[in-house]
Write a protein that binds this ligand. Sequence first.
Ligand SMILES: Nc1ncnc2c1ncn2[C@@H]1O[C@H](COP(=O)(O)OP(=O)(O)OP(=O)(O)O)[C@@H](O)[C@H]1O
Ligand SMILES: [Mg+2]
Length: 748
Amino acid sequence: MDSDARASTPPLLEGPPNNATAGLTPLELRLQAIVMAGREQGADLEREDLRLSPGQTPSPAALVEWVTMAGLWCRAVRTNWRALLKLTAAGSVVLLMKDGSAALMTRPDAVRNVVWLKDPSVQTEQDGIPVDELRLSQLWSGEILLIRPDRQGRVDNDPWNFMWLARVVLAERSIIRDITLGSIVMAFLSVVPPLLTMIVIDKVVGYKVLSTLVMVSAVLVLAMIYETVLGYVRRQLTAVIALRLDLKMSLFIFRRLLGLSIDYFERTPTGQIGYLIGQSQKVRSFVTGKMMSTIFDLVNLIVVLPLLFWMSTTLAWMVLALGIVMAMIIALFIGPVRRVYARYQEAEIKKGTILVETLHGIRTIKSLALEPAQRDAWDRRAAEAAHWRRKLDDISNWPETLVTPIDMLITRGVLMVGAYLSISGDATSVGSIMAFMMVSGRVSGPLTSMAKLLQDLEEVRAGIGMVGVVLNNRPEVTNTATGLRPRFEGAISFRDVKFSYPGTKARALDGISFDVPPGTILGVVGRSGSGKSTVTRLLQGINREYEGQIKIDGVDLREINLGHLRRSFGVVLQENFLFRGSIRENLLAGRTGLTLIDAVRAARLAGAEEFIERMPMGYETIVEEGSPNLSGGQRQRLAIARALIHDPRLLILDEATSALDPESEALVNANISRIAANRTMVIISHRLSSLVDSDQILVLDRGKVMDIGPHAQLLETCTVYRQLWQQQNRHMETFRSTKKSTSLVPGN
Ligand SMILES: Nc1ncnc2c1ncn2[C@@H]1O[C@H](COP(=O)(O)OP(=O)(O)OP(=O)(O)O)[C@@H](O)[C@H]1O
Ligand SMILES: [Mg+2]
């Protein structure tokens, strides 16, 4: 889209042009209208967030994604004039125009048959300008964007618990209602065969009436067909509801999981998180299985019980009483079963943790020959889990055993007592005894399954609790919708920053203060554990609970939009995770708008170009999981290239070159000055020699700043630095002194 295109389109609204926006392309107008709409709904949209490929107009879907990223709710809808007039729901409406621009609808006016529009390029009154159907039809593409605050987002912040689940289930109430209705009909139909059996035995067999038999048969067939169809429909509905609940749960869980702050993941073993989250499976299968079947059972019970009492009060009381005894036996065992179950769960978690740990550390385990130790640990955990499983089976065997005779008593007892009643002159007919026997199973079944439901509910409660242990941790405050998104220059300032990691007492940083201007190469040195990495973690907003002040370009870190902050950094660590995929994909790392050219540029800067091009498939070479087809040095250079791909203003290298061989290290170091052009770099390194050329070197010791300054100055003024330097360069000193003393050639 260029200005020619704009010149050919008639201006939407007459009015004095807005100086700030005059002469914009339709695309820019469209984006501006959306930004205005976003602001109306309380969020700042950032152009950087828009996935915009060069030369392409963003699709409505891309626009929706853009708005959603700012924490708003947004939908693109194709609609018509009449629907537009009725649009009065809260939220902003952006009309997408045919020429690629857009306008904001302030309000529809059905009485005057106009809509009030605001053109972002034109300064207008509060309400904008009325536009009628004919005029609009010439301009409007028929598509609108609906934008409003995200209510779902707030639901996402609700704690994960029974209430959440209940709400999600209840959201499907229309389907549940249909299922319940279907179940009621089926329950009624299912009593037809026993009733007909009664009739057949009493009337047909007793009096030998053929016509009755024919009619009874016809009804039976009809009932059969109905039941089959209903069963089909009910299973379909159940499948639909199961799918929807399943999807909702898994989306929610994964979103919440990603939203947790990193220190939770650092504090908690991966295996444990994996196992706990895995428990959601139990919740899922309950909601979609047991819960549904309980609805059917309950309906059945309600329908069948009156029928039983109608057929024979005595027998009905007998069945009901026995059924209740069964339920009570099962209920009695719930407590003990729950206790053993909890122990079993605990053992399973421990076992799962070992498994994941082993898989994660398999290289270390193999190379240190730790297999026996690991196997021992596994055996012990497995034995413990087996022990509790055995106990669990033992104890759950009891209620089942005790219930069996009662269950039999119900069916056989009905026959005996029924026969006795019949003999002793009661009105009970043989047919009704038969029918009774057929139906009575439907009472004890639901009663016991409802008692078992209590136990299932326990398990689900435990499952929800376990998933909640993970999900209900405090999520990161991302201030997605708000927060500043400054364009960084790269000045960093720490003012009396104190910080302890959660759960530790010792201060990792103890009153750190320093300032560096934009474009600085800042070396950070210090003994292991002195707080170097912590400084960079705070800078990236990975840990947020510090005291004091950190500023980038004079803006307090806490006020900056977290996503924006992290995107602005390039980070290379000692160990870097490469994803499965091609080298190109790994370099681009899902950032849109970047191309192979960017990948090549970044690779060249990182000194990776040479080895990538020697690979058989070049940039399309697939990196395997754990990247065994790359050497450590190659992996590291890829990581550096990946960090450089979006040309960040701030780059952090935390021991990024310590795993490199001297040659690759020299390659990267030689590029440092080129890499550093136009950005602030924080380089942590144990090898002081690679920091000699830094503009500033920050010396840390036990969380305190010892000194900051260039290499030469530090050698003079800072004892810690001098010691570190001497430790690393002792051989140089001795080398120099031996050279001096043994030198025979003058001038050497
Ligand atoms: N995730 C964490 N949880 C708890 N304590 C931590 C965590 N990470 C670091 N620490 C502690 O904080 C202190 C500073 O750690 P930091 O990682 O910043 O040191 P460092 O200077 O980077 O060390 P190294 O040179 O070994 O990488 C250490 O005492 C360490 O024990
Ligand atoms: Mg470190």
